[in-house]
Ligand binder design. Sequence first.
Ligand code: ADE
Length: 231
Amino acid sequence: MRIDILTALPSLLDSYFNDSILRRAQEKGSAEVHIHDLRTFSEDKHKRVDDYPFGGGAGMVMTLAPIHKAISFLKAERTYDEVIYMSPDGELLDQPLANRLSTLGNLIILCGHYKGVDERVREHLITREVSIGNYVLSGGELPAAVLSDAIIRLLPGVLGDATSALSDSFQDGLVAPPAYTRPEVYGEWAVPKVLMSGHEARIQEWRYQQAVQRTRERRPDLPGLHGMGVE
Ligand code: ADE
């Protein structure tokens, strides 16, 4: 998979993608992430990518031309499955959406800033809008990193253990069961005995029951409690 991220603040994203699991994914060839500075597509002599809103009001609006040029430049090289705009009023990101996007080939992600983008970008250039939650951040860079991470970790070969993305919270509509590691006893705190039993079937059953109980307590809204997994 290839992800091209368009941003006015590329330095915000560099460190995230050059470290962590996302770097490994790129080194292994599972994902390619390219970060593009929108200012390089600006023809303004000060390389501006925002302007005052028509009709007045507070805040700046990201201008159409650099975004259009950047998207056209990328589309001239290859076809894209989606051009995603990160926005607090977009479709809420959840595990099924991350799963679906992880099956695609090439994505463009546009990070908004200021008071958002000129509406004509949304009308004519964007195919999907995604929000990472019902709160407003100061820019789309963190949301773009969150979305990319949620997608890339699902790609084949990215996680060490091939089954570990499937056993994440939410993949079966349940939260994850508790996990323990050494030491088996720490002062008065001991690991549940069943985990030390070596009895695989009992351990799986215990994990499943823990996941169900936790989901009831913490996230009764999740579909796993009603006999449904997620897509
Ligand atoms: N940009 C600002 N806030 C956002 C959010 N919650 N989700 C996606 N993009 C955003």
